[in-house]
Write a protein that binds this ligand. Structure first.
Ligand SMILES: Nc1ncnc2c1ncn2[C@@H]1O[C@H](COP(=O)(O)OP(=O)(O)O)[C@@H](O)[C@H]1O
Ligand SMILES: [Mg+2]
Length: 322
């Protein structure tokens, strides 16, 4: 069964371009969800910093021309470095702006050129992470078609599940896949046609909370049903934590805060969040990433907090970090 057969095609697809040379290419991660506020930029920053702290060279691309949240996150990070006179891992960053052309075909061709030039500028990196907008744009579709891995954060609510499929509220059955799911399917086909490559799609639940256990169970079941029907892998995801949202202005992530705290006490929530980010990286199933995580883990103290359950209070604990 194909999603295409359920929905039919769509105009404005990225045109095919010749395959890239056979040199070692960066792994392209696209963080996508056509809904704003689902945690794309937060997830992007945490994945980037986690990979950089594992020693990988990172390229980042902001194709969210309206919000530019990832670019501002990185600007804030640079300001913090200058102000505090500290050094933090930084990505090589590229912003892809919208084409000024009015004619759709010209604009798309121009944006394709911009995007490919951006990829070329970052080709020396191990990973390129693309943070995408919360709406359907040509650039976003194009970026999805170049992904090796798509990561879709969804807020842990039925409203947000709608981005993957229409659910019958009475029977809690899946009625049909969503336009976004169809779009991902189309980009998988576009990628396969262009270079024979495949795209892994990972959906991660975000802002998991302890509240309302029945709804939470239903969400879990529906997500798992959808994963089989639509063809994605489910990642454990991030809990609802103040620490994920309080560091944008400093351009920092949980991982930076833990690293910078040195001998100062850090909260249990920080340790649990760090574990959540690591679990997400492990879902990528990239052997070199796993190897580096294991190396670092062997240096960790054994007092790590469990990954899944959110920690309500930011109660300080003794330094249980590298
Ligand atoms: N796991 C989380 N816990 C708490 N707040 C979060 C979490 N993930 C995201 N947020 C907050 O939700 C808001 C939207 O997140 P953002 O990453 O900007 O989403 P998007 O890029 O999809 O629009 C931001 O205020 C962010 O700090
Ligand atoms: Mg964003």
């Amino acid at each position: 069964m194909s999603l295409i057969s359920l929905f039919g095609g769509k105009s404005g697809q990225p045109t095919n371009t010749p395959a890239q040379p056979a040199e070692k290419k960066p792994h392209i991660l696209v963080i996508g969800n056509e809904k704003g506020g689902s945690g794309k930029t937060t997830t992007s920053m945490h994945i980037m910093v986690a990979l950089m702290r594992l020693g990988f060279k990172l390229g980042s691309m902001d194709i969210d021309a309206r919000q530019r949240s990832l670019s501002r996150y990185l600007e804030n990070r640079r300001t913090t470095m200058t102000k505090e006179d500290i050094s933090l891992p930084m990505s090589h960053h590229v912003i892809i702006t919208k084409s000024p052309f009015n004619v759709q075909q010209e604009a798309e061709s121009d944006e394709q050129d911009r995007f490919l030039q951006g990829l070329d500028r970052l080709k020396m990196c191990d990973f390129i992470l693309v943070d995408s907008p919360g709406n359907d744009t040509y650039l976003s579709r194009l970026a999805h078609s170049y992904a090796d891995t798509i990561i879709t954060p969804i807020n842990d609510s039925f409203v947000d599940l709608d981005v993957l499929a229409t659910i019958d509220g009475n029977t809690m059955q899946i009625v049909r896949p969503s336009i976004y799911s169809e779009m991902v399917w189309e980009q998988k086909l576009a990628r396969a046609k262009r270079d024979g490559g495949s795209i892994e799609w990972i959906v991660m639940r975000n802002r998991l909370s302890n509240l309302d256990a029945r709804n939470k169970r239903q969400m879990k079941k529906l997500t798992e049903d959808l994963s089989r029907r639509i063809g994605f892998k489910v990642a454990a995801g991030f809990s609802e934590r103040v620490i994920y949202r309080e560091m944008f202005l400093q351009g920092l992530t949980v991982l930076d805060v833990i690293d910078m705290s040195e001998s100062k006490s850090i909260s249990l929530s920080h340790v649990a969040a760090k574990q959540e980010v690591r679990e997400l990286l492990k879902t990528l199933r990239i052997p070199e990433v796993d190897r580096r995580i294991n190396e670092i883990r062997s240096k960790d103290t054994p007092a790590a907090a469990p990954a899944q359950e959110p920690v309500a209070a930011d109660a300080p604990i003794q330094a249980a970090h590298p």
